[in-house]
Design a protein around this ligand. Sequence first.
Ligand code: ADP
Ligand code: ADP
Length: 226
Amino acid sequence: AAVLELKKIERSYRQGADRLTILQDADFALVPGEMVALVAPSGAGKSTLLHLAGLLEAPDAGEVVIGGRACGRLNDDQRTAIRRNEIGFVYQFHHLLPEFTAEENVMIPQMVTGMAPGEAKGRALQLLDYLRVGHRAGHRPAELSGGEQQRVAIARAVANAPRVLLADEPTGNLDPVTAGYVFDALEALVRQSGLAALIATHNHDLARRMDRVVTLEGGKVVPFRH
Ligand code: ADP
Ligand code: ADP
């Protein structure tokens, strides 16, 4: 069964006197273990789609279903709980907390959901090791390279063992070689955890390594054709 479903989603934005339609009657489904690339030009609506999927914004019509649960009628607390427990986000820029170490940045989301510090620390170190950045656990973001920062951001995103990983240009800020290595780590993690991932990227080499590539056309999510 799908872990993330978008059903007949509509989304438009007001722009001056007009409305700009981004999504119209858009459907999409992601099953556990699946890695899907979202490739579309700038401004096509990739971030909008990820925000809708991650319950960061609401569609004008249609339904977002996560783990079989329709999210449209949930209250803010229920939505926040789903965002914290079932969805991980990775952005183009890491958004790590600058005053905390790598390890603490990965511990914080776990402690927010009630995990004991010792347990949160153990999992943080395990994830940082898995992502090959364990030796940097005690460093603050400013002391890390771009690739290391993104590895830490990925560890943080999956710290609460979400079902769905949503990533918006996760390697977009890195040189191609570093991007490849960071993607290797991300892919290994997704493959071994059975997580479902939707990853917006401009990098066609990385997109080709995923199970499927989709794009946005006429307001719909459609298979990408070369
Ligand atoms: P809608 O009516 O579809 O909800 P609005 O036009 O009311 O959209 O805009 C929602 C919010 O987004 C407003 O606070 C607006 O200032 C902001 N906003 C407008 N244009 C942009 C843009 N291009 N990118 C990001 N935010 C924007
Ligand atoms: P992408 O991630 O593919 O670059 P976005 O989803 O960020 O595309 O944006 C799609 C379009 O919607 C753009 O034209 C953008 O300016 C517009 N847009 C995004 N957010 C808002 C908003 N809150 N209000 C108005 N327009 C927006």
